[in-house]
Design a protein around this ligand. Structure first.
Ligand SMILES: N[C@@H](CCC[C@H](N)C(=O)O)C(=O)O
Length: 263
């Protein structure tokens, strides 16, 4: 059997995309999904996303996300933005979308080639010194530090991800962050499920922007994030009870090629 696939990237976080509205791919086929994401034996990607038929009234489609290890995981912000661009390519939407992912409902819009994705509200943030932890659809440990370019993200990220603090709850993603200028941060992320540094992480930079504001490092409501694969921005509203709402992640998302999988 041959199945069409598409490859997208959002600031260097890359994904295999499959239009699964006819249920061609089983979400339990971990082995095949892992192989498709393998950079030597498959197409190669940080994750794979199935675009499914909507299951919620008013939605345009459903998002099902898998990490490169083949396992279904929590929310992927860059993947969500790429999926919106894919839905536009397929003619499912024009420039606005409503869809449901594992963490709940999302709205999105496309303007001037940039895709903006509304993220879930955040009300719980743990902070201790230069460390923060919060969940923006996926869990994120954040280290505010210096000289981010010199960090061995794979080794240090893996040590934190596999530490006693996180291992029992399924691990975490780890972000190393340096203030570059007013309202601008450099971010490098270790992603669980890829088990390596990726060039960008959407839920990660969202978590960094909120943690930077919550810890008083910045007071702005729109924050710029520079990642190895490009630039993103995150805007939000901080409520009186210190929760964060109306959170939007914005950046580029583009189709890079298409082909056929031989199953
Ligand atoms: N790259 C993603 C995050 C994907 C999920 C993560 N690897 C996890 O399993 O927690 C993003 O852009 O948010």
């Amino acid at each position: 059997m041959k199945i069409s696939f598409f490859k997208y990237q959002g600031t260097g976080n890359d994904f295999v995309m499959i239009d699964n509205r006819r249920n061609l791919i089983s979400k339990n086929d971990t082995k095949m999904i892992r192989k498709l994401c393998d950079r030597k034996f498959g197409i190669g990607a940080d994750g794979l996303i199935l675009l499914g038929n909507p299951e919620v009234e008013g939605d345009d489609f459903k998002m099902v996300y898998f990490n490169a290890d083949g396992n279904e995981s929590s929310m992927c912000g860059n993947g969500g933005r790429c999926l919106v661009a894919f839905a536009k390519y397929l003619g499912i939407i024009e420039n606005e979308a409503t869809f449901t992912a594992v963490d709940g409902a999302h709205k999105a819009s496309i303007e001037n080639g940039l895709v903006s994705l509304q993220m879930q509200n955040v009300s719980e943030i743990s902070q201790k010194g230069n460390i923060s932890f919060l969940d923006t659809g996926s869990p994120h440990h954040i280290v505010f530090t210096e000289n981010v370019k010199d960090i061995d993200v794979k080794a240090e990220g893996a040590a934190i991800r596999n530490s006693d603090t996180y291992i029992a709850s399924g691990g975490t993603n780890v972000n190393f962050v340096e203030a570059e200028a007013e309202n601008t941060f450099l971010v490098r992320t270790y992603e669980r499920g890829v088990e390596d540094e990726t060039l960008s992480c959407g839920t990660g930079v969202t978590a960094v922007a909120i943690a930077a504001n919550a810890s008083g490092r910045v007071h702005a409501k729109k924050i710029h994030l520079k990642v190895p694969g490009g630039e993103l921005s995150v805007s939000f509203e901080r409520k009186e009870n210190n929760s964060y709402e109306n959170i939007w992640l914005t950046g580029p998302a583009e189709q890079v090629f298409k082909g056929e999988i031989i199953c």
